[in-house]
Design a protein around this ligand. Structure first.
Ligand code: 5RP
Length: 217
């Protein structure tokens, strides 16, 4: 199976978690794109969605699926999103698509976070994928210097402005042995809007397509 076929397969597997769920949180990325295609087929049963990015909002609207403001929704029952890395403890790196801050907000506001990914995203230790950090633009160099102190090599993701008007640095060569501690340490750097470690609020269920099988943990 190609990677795209694996993404499509795992996106389909997420449908079992949204039966009778009126409002669904929807993540961002190529795996979620397949999930949105499936949502389009069942839109009559959905009251609405809460979107994690302008790109996802556009796809949802094109599919005729209502997009609601999180402020008017309260707790979201189920949030479905992809990831760049997933550990056996369901801790994640996210933000490859620069949507990490809104994704983190939706994850925090959701009862159940269902993470969908192809098998290439499974790791034992987070950090091989460069860690995305959304920063206030004027703080970019300062945050980068602080990340060097934490052992990483920051690279500015040039030509990328987030949906919140901020910038992204991708931090290479971090071996994140204690994801909660690292998440807290980076959150404490002034100028950081959000870091792409999802450890304090990990996924609740991970679905990973591994060849013909969907592994659930
Ligand atoms: C976007 C994300 C995505 O979930 C992550 O990058 C995975 O994307 P894809 O499904 O395209 O592999 O965190 O900010």
């Amino acid at each position: 199976m190609t990677q795209d076929e694996l993404k499509q397969k795992v996106a389909q597997a997420a449908l079992q978690y949204i039966k009778d769920v009126p409002v669904i949180g929807v993540g961002t990325g190529s795996t979620v794109k397949y999930f949105i295609n499936y949502l389009a087929d069942m839109k009559a049963d959905i009251e609405g969605t809460v979107s994690s990015s302008e790109a996802t909002t556009m796809l949802l609207k094109q599919a005729g699926i209502p997009v609601l403001d999180l402020n008017s929704v309260g707790t979201i029952e189920v949030y479905v999103d992809g990831a760049d890395e997933i550990t056996p403890h369901k801790q994640l790196i996210k933000g490859g698509g620069a949507a990490l801050t809104r994704e983190k907000i939706i994850a925090a506001a959701s009862r159940k976070f269902v993470c969908i990914a192809d098998g290439s995203k499974r790791v034992d230790v987070l950090g091989k994928f460069p860690l995305p950090i959304e920063v206030i633009p004027m703080a970019r160099s300062y945050v980068a210097r602080e990340m060097v102190k934490l052992g990483g090599q920051p690279v500015w993701r040039e030509n990328c402005i987030t949906d919140n008007g901020n910038q992204i640095i991708d931090v290479h060569n971090l071996s994140i042995l204690d994801p909660i501690k690292m998440e807290q340490a980076i959150n404490n750097i002034t100028g950081v809007v959000a870091v792409g470690i999802f450890a304090m609020r990990p996924a609740d269920i991970c679905l990973v397509s591994d060849g013909e099988n969907i592994v659930t943990f």
